[in-house]
Design a protein around this ligand. Sequence first.
Ligand code: UDX
Ligand code: ADP
Length: 475
Amino acid sequence: MPLKKLKKFQIKNICCIGAGYVGGPTMSVIAKYCPDITVNVVDINKDRINNWNGDFDKLPIFEPGLAKIVSDVRGKNLFFSCDVHKSIKEADIIFISVNTPIKSHGIGAGEASDLRWVESSAREISMHARDHTIVVEKSTLPVKTAEIIKSILESTKQNSDGKNNKITFSVLSNPEFLAEGTAINDLENPDRVLIGGEDKESIDLLREIYLRWVDEKKIITTNLWSSELSKLIANAFLAQRISSINSVSAICESTGADVEEVAKAVGTDTRIGIKFLKSGPGFGGSCFEKDILNLVYICKSLGLKEVASYWEGILKINDWQQDRIYKAVVDKLYGNISGKKIVILGFSFKANTNDTRNSPSIKISKKLLGEDATLVISDPKVAKNKILESLNIKNKDINFVNKISVEINIAKAIENSDAVLIMTEWEEYKNIDWKVLQHKMRKPAWVFDTRSIISVEKIQETNLNFWQLGNGEFN
Ligand code: UDX
Ligand code: ADP
């Protein structure tokens, strides 16, 4: 779009397609800092939209600080609805924040992203946009997705009477770097905002939105492909650090070293840095696995076999870490957990979120169920139906339903259990009084701490057997 046409163009209306973990918090923060801009968040999922419009303490996404912002701006300049067409029509800029899971079948199954929701969003936009519209990729997408979006927008630019309409589009990539659990702080104080595109005027318009609260030095502009690729690579680097430290955790357990001490000693080298060196049950969440699989797929498509297998190694270590935790539990319980009661503390993939996507708890719970254990699952924020849904268990699955119960109260959950497995680093698990709770467990009882949140000294004051990831066994 030539400059003269955009000269007086001002963003007054934003539409965000997708009211999920990215769209919801991102648009809430934009609405907070841009009171003069109307922000419409739309989704095809009616329940989700109803929840966004419902009680502030029951929003579909738990994120510290989110409910306060939504309560301040909802109904003023932030609106949630299922009216996708109307919101597209009214928008000057449209963010695509839809889900992009890994393809389950067909070409690229298990590695490539399933772009059907992105494609349908682009088709909706092409049919209902009324004026020059800036289309922003927000979801994590494989490199060159903007090309697909552009091609759909251009090729469907015909009205039903066959005549070309005059609408023009400009596609930008503006990947989200927020981490769940700290999303509001990440959005309000980002390390950087990345905007990729070819059209300077559109980039500037998006830049102006962020400039309301982000320092200009933090806004990086690149070409489209650099922006798309940078998101995948940033996540791949973060995941690589986790797999690196997790591989070291096993060495520590066998040698008497403590992985926390090693991480500190290594991370204080400023060239390395202390972040993302926390050893645990492997990374979960919606991004890391998907992005690395995408990267592997791109490398293979480009004939870069060695590069593909380098990045694949990070996922292998992640699976291996979860596998060895499960084996440690079985091993310590005399090689047999059939009929034994094991408590899983924490089902979200990390603390401060109710998101269970790719949670290590899912994989480990399934493995334990496969050994015929009885599980009691406890999480302060994940609802019972979501836990059962994540484990793929339907009510008619009698065998499994009888073997799983969900109990939010920790003391009740632990009653008559043989082992407790701490899977998520929720604050309340750090302060459990094991001196009191030990009496509720069946002896010999084990506590497995996969997040290194329990003090070894304190637990040694009890009669519990203790295993801490990256630190070893204590009796
Ligand atoms: C990640 C990226 O951080 C974010 O920039 C991107 O936009 C989306 O993906 P998220 O998945 O929400 O965010 O959470 P993150 O804090 O990165 O944690 C991912 C996983 O790694 C969690 O399972 C977490 O427990 C694990 N992790 C993280 C570790 O095991 N050790 C660490 O040191 C850090
Ligand atoms: P993310 O973590 O990337 O935000 P989520 O799965 O939490 O992913 O949210 C994506 C949302 O996008 C879902 O609520 C889904 O219903 C919505 N969505 C997917 N396709 C469309 C579409 N074509 N129109 C409107 N909403 C869509």
